[in-house]
Write a protein that binds this ligand. Structure first.
Ligand code: GRF
Length: 198
């Protein structure tokens, strides 16, 4: 039986799409559900085109543990991937999925993280601070924003002439290249496969 991922996303969902495509040929892992807290998020359109089931769970409903856990159970979700999800993850979810919720942050944590540091805010802050490098951080999710144990970081150069959009582009390239593989590695650690195939 394949291990089943739910991706949580609030916006465009380009990472969500990239992850769905990466696992579409996998024997052991599949993206079984996409959840958004925003009913107008473009990620829902991507889910429709990719034929992945999708649910909208608005902010008010995320505090209802029975409701959310029942939905995840109904889709037999084993692992949760955050990809541009802007709501705080409630404690009950962390307890229900120990070591099985990960997030990607578009900078090198612990710098440029925390509440309010998302999307272009991050890249603008990196450029304003005249950083020489930026990158991605994939980390476990705990009760605080962007503060769980780091799983992996990948870096890119920031040139003095780079605008925040240039940095965003470089960081997105890293996200597309590395996030699916890191998800796969973490899931293989949780559920080692006898034949080693994925
Ligand atoms: C990504 O940069 C991700 O690192 C961050 O939010 C952005 C989501 O982009 N957490 P997209 O919706 O996947 O296009």
């Amino acid at each position: 039986m394949k291990k089943r991922i739910a991706i949580l996303a609030s916006g465009s969902g380009s990472n969500a799409e990239n992850i769905v495509r990466y696992f579409s040929g996998s024997e052991n892992i599949e993206v079984a559900l996409i959840i958004s807290n925003k009913s107008n998020a473009y990620v829902l359109e991507r889910a429709r085109l990719l034929k992945v089931p999708a649910l909208v769970i608005p902010k008010e409903e995320f505090s209802d543990s029975d409701l959310v856990l029942a939905k995840l159970r109904a889709y037999q979700i084993d692992f949760i991937v955050l990809a541009g999800f802007l709501l705080h993850i409630p404690d009950y979810l962390i307890q229900a999925y120990p070591g099985a919720i990960i997030n990607i942050h578009p900078a090198l944590l612990p710098r440029f993280g925390g509440k309010g540091m998302y999307g272009d805010h991050v890249h603008k802050a990196v450029v304003a601070a005249r950083e020489k490098e930026s990158g991605i951080t994939v980390h476990y999710v705990n009760e605080l924003y962007d503060a769980g144990t780091i799983i992996r970081q990948e870096k890119c150069r920031v040139d003095p002439s780079d605008t925040y959009m240039d940095v965003a582009h470089k960081v997105h390239e890293l996200e597309y290249r590395f996030y699916p593989r890191i998800i796969e590695d973490v899931m293989k650690q949780l559920w080692p496969l006898e034949n080693g195939k994925s």
